[in-house]
Design a protein around this ligand. Structure first.
Ligand code: ADP
Ligand code: MG
Length: 444
């Protein structure tokens, strides 16, 4: 199999896995650049592709390649365009850090630091607790249990604890593990009769960071093993940090004794960020990515990406990728266009004001005449149509509709609606006009 054949087969599987939207966006432009022995080099159009794909999909790409070839590849990402020396230096520094950590058996992302974490009211408490723990592990809050919704910074925060400790106290043994990975290790240890090694590995650490603990629900042996690991570390006053997408009492199918362990130290939640915090995060990420984001674009993102910070970052990187490919600076117009499948256009509510505006355009009359009591033939008809549309498309009462359109009472509105219905039944072109006005109003 040559590199293109391998990569094309990967792409097929990847498309199934990530769905068409993400596939077209991030994977279609990737090419297999080189394959030798167990190394595969993938080429990305620019550094933003690399940033996003490496961060979010490298594990999946690894798994896919292994599935097809039956062996593990060292997969590297390269950027096809020329990079300036500063960008190269930064990336080299990042990969070097990552490799150094891996060599020590630590699977932490070096990017997730306290410096890169924006503090706001939604996460201040969890942040303060994490900082405390990283300054004196094992002594203040044990365990520290951080919970909150998807993409709100749990992994970032618990990784920052690990990175900080490794930085300041390099002799300490730190393990970061996703609870699924921990489960796999337990299963494999049982199968291959290697429980002693597993115990040795996890019960001799100084800091255990376990991410997304909710996934051990239902897994009896894993819970059993984790319970003993927990007790052993706790007795030795070693730091345990746990993250979860929900508070301990809401994690189902976890034994009560384990749940009660989770609540022995400090519980800290992370809430969805406010608009201001999101704005600050956009600027922080832009700074880290070394890109310029105009204020209106930053506000647009902070306003329109509801609560998930990973999505916020995805939008920003997509914009950066777009701008870098097209050579155009990031602008609001570009953002609206490039992010249309990630940020649906907001549907404006249908109001009497909008109805009057649309009706006035169709009938060539003035809005203020529709609101008045004028009784010329065109205005009366247009006003009746406006009343009819308001009846069909808003929740307003008959009385309110009348008041807003020509200062009429509810009987006039009922009469208007009947007139319009009757005309619609007789006159096909009138019916079509009504339909196109409705369409226009519904599309915002
Ligand atoms: P979770 O583990 O809660 O699903 P992550 O920690 O993976 O979320 O965060 C998703 C993305 O959002 C990461 O890239 C992270 O850096 C970013 N992020 C989340 N919260 C913040 C924050 N307060 N400041 C900066 N970046 C943040
Ligand atoms: Mg996470």
């Amino acid at each position: 199999m040559d590199k293109n054949e391998l990569w094309n087969r990967c792409l097929e599987l990847i498309e199934e896995r990530v769905g068409k939207g993400a596939f077209d966006l991030w994977f279609r432009p990737i090419k297999a650049k080189q394959m030798k022995e167990d190394q595969l080099i993938l080429e990305m159009p620019n550094r933003f592709y690399r940033e996003w794909v490496e961060e979010n999909y490298s594990q999946m790409i690894n798994d896919t390649v292994r599935e097809i070839t039956g062996r593990d590849f060292d997969i590297r990402f390269r950027v096809s365009v020329k990079q300036d020396t500063e960008e190269k230096r930064q990336y080299a520094q990042f990969t070097q850090k990552k490799r150094a950590l891996r060599q020590r058996g630590v699977y932490l992302n070096p990017k997730y630091t306290f410096d890169g974490f924006v503090v706001g009211p939604s996460n201040a408490f969890a942040h303060a607790a994490a900082l405390k723990v990283s300054e004196s592990p094992g002594t203040v809050y044990n365990p520290l249990f951080i919970y909150g919704g998807v993409g709100l910074g749990k992994t970032h925060l618990i990784s920052a604890i690990g990175n900080h400790i490794l930085d300041k106290m390099p002799d300490l043994k730190v393990i970061y593990v996703q609870s699924e990975q921990f489960t796999n290790e337990v299963v494999s240890a049982i199968r291959h009769d290697r429980m002693t090694e597993l115990k040795e590995k996890y019960r001799t650490v100084d800091v255990l960071l376990i991410d997304d603990i909710q996934f051990i629900a239902n897994k009896t042996s894993t819970q059993e093993e984790f319970f003993h690991t927990f007790n052993s570390l706790y007795e030795q006053q070693k730091q345990i940090v746990i993250s979860s997408d929900r508070p301990p009492k809401e994690i189902q199918d976890v034994t009560d004794r384990l749940k009660s362990r989770f609540t022995m130290g400090l519980l800290a939640d992370i809430q969805p960020p406010s608009f201001e915090t999101k704005l600050a995060i956009v600027y922080k990420k832009a700074e880290l990515l070394n890109i310029v984001v105009p204020h209106d674009v930053a506000e647009y993102l902070a306003m329109r990406v509801k609560s998930n910070i990973r999505d916020l970052e995805g939008c920003l990187i997509k914009l950066a990728a777009h701008s870098s490919l097209s050579g155009l600076p990031i602008s609001l117009e570009m953002a609206r266009h490039a992010l249309r499948d990630m940020i649906p256009e907001e549907h404006r509510p249908i109001t009497v004001d909008r109805i009057l505006k649309v009706v006035s355009e169709f009938f060539g009359v003035k809005v203020q005449d529709l609101r008045s009591k004028k009784k010329t033939k065109e205005i009366v008809l247009a006003r009746q149509v406006a009343m009819y549309l308001a009846r069909q498309l808003t929740d307003l009462s008959l009385g309110d509709i009348g008041k807003n359109i020509g200062g009429k009472d509810h009987a006039t509105v009922i009469y208007a609606c009947r007139q319009v219905e009757a005309k619609k039944a007789q006159d096909e072109s009138f019916e079509r006009i009504l339909e196109s006005m409705i369409k226009k109003l519904k599309e915002g």
